[in-house]
Design a protein around this ligand. Structure first.
Ligand SMILES: Cc1ncc(COP(=O)(O)O)c(C=O)c1O
Length: 396
């Protein structure tokens, strides 16, 4: 049996008729740049995330970069970001001229550790970039409290977490934070059912790279926000800084979402919840089969989180990861390491003078983590086969 890491053709089959018809319309009309489908998708995706506005851009990296620019972050500023994420998160900070300040992660969720953030704050800190890694929501409440206390912005990198939900379990009633609460009859405050990621920070930034939970047929991204001023600034920044056709009021960029991609994303958005549910079922099935292998740590979903398993990452203990990958590959199973080198140890960031052991949890997870095949249409038998081969790998 062969188990690919993911199979994009399954999704395509489900939306083929709709996109074939709608793409033909775009081809006939020729409205390839900022056609009406872009605005429709911006509105539909913003509504899906529970926010007022969406601004379609060229990629997830550009979503982060333009969001930082719209927040006036640049040279001389610092932005706190986890040391364990895909490098696009911190690259976007570097592009603005600001300095990424790395922070270690939690050992159970692999997300930024809220308890370590305050120590990193200086008078140059302008923002915290949280990354909902693998589709698992960050514990936002303590981070929103820090943002209120120090008056710093929050950028949510949701590139891997379309549709993931955060439902705070502890509430700070003194906080001005943006999490809605409901008053019970007895006056106690309770927490609502949670909200989608991207709706908590000043901005939420999404990638629609072809492998993502909501994926285009090329590069694409979006910034979502409740702030109209930010939305208007982002409209300008993505389109040469122009106010109208030939009036350019700031140095902008060319970073628009193509109409063709918007058509595809509109069709796929209708399936996103169903596909995320299938991912969750697959994760549950993997968890149930892997729970008796001592050398494997399966992913965790905290009380506050609805994980959407963009990546199903397990930890392989006792330095056995290379052996396990070899065994999987020998048996036609594809597995990937997300990510083998934490950002503070990347050569690109050598100027920042970080060194080994600066972020021990990030370094440990980078040595142990392994992503197993995960996509909505993966078959039960394929999951069972992956687990059988894993068991064989440990019995060697
Ligand atoms: C966490 C994270 N942030 C940002 C990005 C950048 O997105 P894009 O590839 O669309 O530029 C990615 C892409 O993989 C990512 O995983």
């Amino acid at each position: 049996m062969e188990v690919p890491f993911l199979d994009l053709s399954i999704q395509y089959k489900e939306i083929r008729d709709e996109i074939d018809t709608n793409l033909q319309k775009v081809f006939k009309k020729g409205n390839f740049i900022l056609g009406k489908e872009v605005e429709e998708f911006e509105n539909e995706f913003a509504e899906y995330c529970g926010v007022d506005y969406g601004v379609g851009v060229n990629s997830g990296t550009d979503a982060l970069f333009l969001a930082l620019k719209a927040l006036n972050i640049g040279a001389g500023d610092e932005v706190i970001v986890p040391a364990f994420t895909y490098i696009a998160s911190s690259l976007a900070i570097s592009y603005t001229g600001a300095k990424p300040v790395f922070c270690d992660i939690e050992e159970d969720t692999y997300n930024i550790n809220p308890d370590l953030i305050e120590d990193k704050i200086t008078d140059k800190t302008k923002a915290i970039m949280v990354v909902h890694l693998y589709g698992n929501p960050v514990d936002m409440q303590p981070i929103l409290d820090i943002s209120d206390k120090y008056n710093i912005k929050i950028i949510e990198d949701c590139a891997q977490a379309h549709g993931a939900v955060y439902r705070p379990t502890r509430i700070n009633t003194n906080s001005k934070s943006r999490i809605d609460t409901n008053k019970k009859n007895d006056g106690r405050e309770t927490i609502n059912d949670g909200r989608k990621v991207g709706s908590f920070g000043d901005v939420g930034c999404f990638s629609f790279y072809p492998t993502k939970n909501l994926a285009a047929f090329g590069d694409a991204g979006m910034v979502v926000t409740n702030n109209k001023e930010l939305r208007d600034r982002l409209y300008r920044l993505r389109n040469y800084g122009r106010k109208d056709k030939y009036h350019h009021v700031e140095i902008g960029y060319n970073s628009r979402l193509d109409t063709v991609q918007a058509v595809i994303l509109k069709a796929k958005l209708k399936k996103l919840d169903k596909w995320n549910e299938l991912r969750r079922n697959n994760a549950e099935y993997y968890n149930s089969l892997l729970c008796d292998i001592d050398e494997i740590i399966t992913p965790i979903e905290k009380d506050y989180a609805k994980h959407v398993y963009h990546v199903y990452g397990v930890r392989i203990k006792d330095n056995k990861r290379s052996k396990v990958i070899e065994k999987l590959n020998d048996n036609n199973i594809s597995a990937i390491i997300h990510y083998p080198i934490p950002l503070h140890l990347q050569k690109a960031y050598s100027e920042l003078k970080y060194k080994e052991k600066d972020f021990p949890v990030s370094e440990k997870i980078a040595l142990e983590i392994l992503s197993l095949p995960m996509f909505p249409g993966i078959k039960k038998e394929q999951i069972e086969y992956v687990v059988r081969v894993l068991k064989l790998a440990f019995s060697l």
